[in-house]
Design a protein around this ligand. Structure first.
Ligand code: DSN
Length: 440
């Protein structure tokens, strides 16, 4: 049996000029200004090649669950232990989401209430550390996340963050360096994972170091949760003490987050999320997480996760063939980090030009970047969204060609070339409608 890697879509043609308002008639009638903006965003998402690796297209079912009357209900507490009455339907919704998270990831405990990735990570600090404690994570410019103890974040201000990176020559983590730092600094928490890591995370190696240093290992799998659910990346279970993830990236759910662990940490995590950090959970998001987890448990999602990686690797090869410098030389997952220095174009200039060409990426620092974060040397791209539209490895040379021509046009200031690419992109996108977008 074959399975389509794309979730079901009711979408058909996407080429109308006027913003769509038919999908939300009440909003269109009551607030045409806002309705037009949403319609324009639907059109933009339909027509452009979205390469930001932390974005995706959710299914119509996930969108529907997000926009329900569950929005109207307060539910502080946990199923069976709420501070408000009227939880007859909310408790089963949250129990369903929790059960599905436990089943998809093979964990003993799941908390589906964190509002997003940063609050989820902050709850981990609250559960396992005291202000002023030392915590360790990958430095932001090396591919880590703000909440892994980086200085400008609350986690770097209220805790003492010590940071590891990747090697200059390989672009990969040096586990001897991580071990030396951990044994010297004895952090309470060690975070692995990040936002710009193109390579497989060796959870076992991190666990060995954390164990030796007496630290709690936190695997932040926000970027790769869908790949793990689909068997396209090794799982942090049973290596990590705590697993933190957002639900809206490769997992293809609503904007939300989860914390998972063994049973021994369940109480500490739950207490930290509520009442430690948050008030009432966003029940409409909990429901949509449950839907996404149901989708992630289907055989077609395995195909999707593997197709995301195959597409990223095919795209990396095609970019290397066009002379691009990829951090670490390629990718094992959904993400590619490109240093544009040899192309003589700053990352931000390239990102803005590609945006005008209908190719949406983000500018990004590369390890040891001599430029500033707001004007860095690189761009970051990924394949979760295009794979959700059903694009396959056969399309990746075309995508690489557009990026190549777009970067060259950015260097030359050739707006006509960008306009030509934009129309080629729109043609391919029209042939591969995105999930969740209404017919225009
Ligand atoms: N903003 C997310 C990303 O783009 O990777 C990380 O929080």
């Amino acid at each position: 049996m074959t399975h389509s890697p794309s979730p079901s879509s009711s979408h058909s043609a996407v080429s109308a000029d006027a913003p769509n308002t038919l999908n939300h008639p009440a909003l269109a009638a009551q607030d045409p200004e806002l309705s037009a903006l949403i319609g324009a965003e639907e059109q933009l998402q339909a027509d452009t090649l979205r390469l930001i690796p932390s974005e995706n297209y959710v299914s119509t079912a996930v969108l529907e669950a997000s926009g329900t009357v569950l929005q109207n209900k307060y539910s502080e507490g946990y199923p069976g232990r709420r501070y408000y009455e009227g939880q007859q339907n909310i408790d089963p919704v949250e129990r369903l989401a929790v059960a599905r998270a436990k089943s998809v990831f093979g964990v003993e405990h799941a908390n589906v209430q964190p509002y997003s990735g940063s609050p989820a990570n902050l709850a981990v600090y609250l559960a396992f550390a005291e202000p002023g404690d030392t915590v360790m994570g990958m430095a932001l410019p090396m591919g880590g996340h703000l909440t892994h103890g980086w200085g400008v974040s609350a986690t770097g201000k209220w805790f003492r963050g010590v940071q590891y990176g990747v090697r200059h020559d390989t672009g990969r983590i040096d586990f001897d360096e991580v071990r030396d730092l951990a044994l010297k600094e004895r952090p309470k928490l060690i975070f692995c994972g990040g936002t710009a890591l193109p390579r497989t995370i060796d959870f076992a190696a991190f666990a060995k170091i954390a164990h030796e240093a007496g630290a709690v290992l936190v695997a932040d799998i926000a970027h790769i949760a869908g790949l793990i659910a689909g068997g396209a990346h090794p799982s942090p279970v049973p290596h990590a003490d705590v697993i933190s993830t957002t639900t809206h990236k490769t997992l293809r759910g609503p904007r939300g987050a989860m914390l998972m662990s063994r049973e021994e940490h369940a109480k500490a995590i739950d207490k930290a999320v509520f009442p430690g950090l948050q008030g009432g959970p966003h029940n409409q998001t909990t429901a949509a997480i449950a839907v996404a987890l149901h989708e992630a448990s289907q055989p077609s999602f395995r195909d999707y996760a593997h197709a995301v990686v195959a597409n990223a690797q095919a795209l990396a090869e095609a970019l290397l063939a066009r002379g691009f410098d990829l951090v670490s030389g390629g990718t094992d997952n959904h993400l590619i980090l490109m240093d544009l220095t040899p192309k003589d174009v700053p990352g931000k200039v390239a990102a803005k030009a590609l945006d005008r060409a209908g190719i949406v990426v983000n500018y990004n620092t590369v390890p040891y970047d001599p430029r500033k974060p707001f004007d860095p040397s690189g761009i970051r791209i990924g394949t979760p969204s295009l794979t959700s539209r059903g694009l396959g490895t056969q399309h990746m040379p075309t995508v690489a060609d557009w990026i190549d021509r777009g970067v060259a046009a950015a260097r030359a200031g050739d707006e006509d070339a960008l306009t030509t690419i934009r129309s080629e992109v729109a043609d391919l996108m029209a042939a591969h409608p995105a999930p969740g977008l209404p017919a225009h």
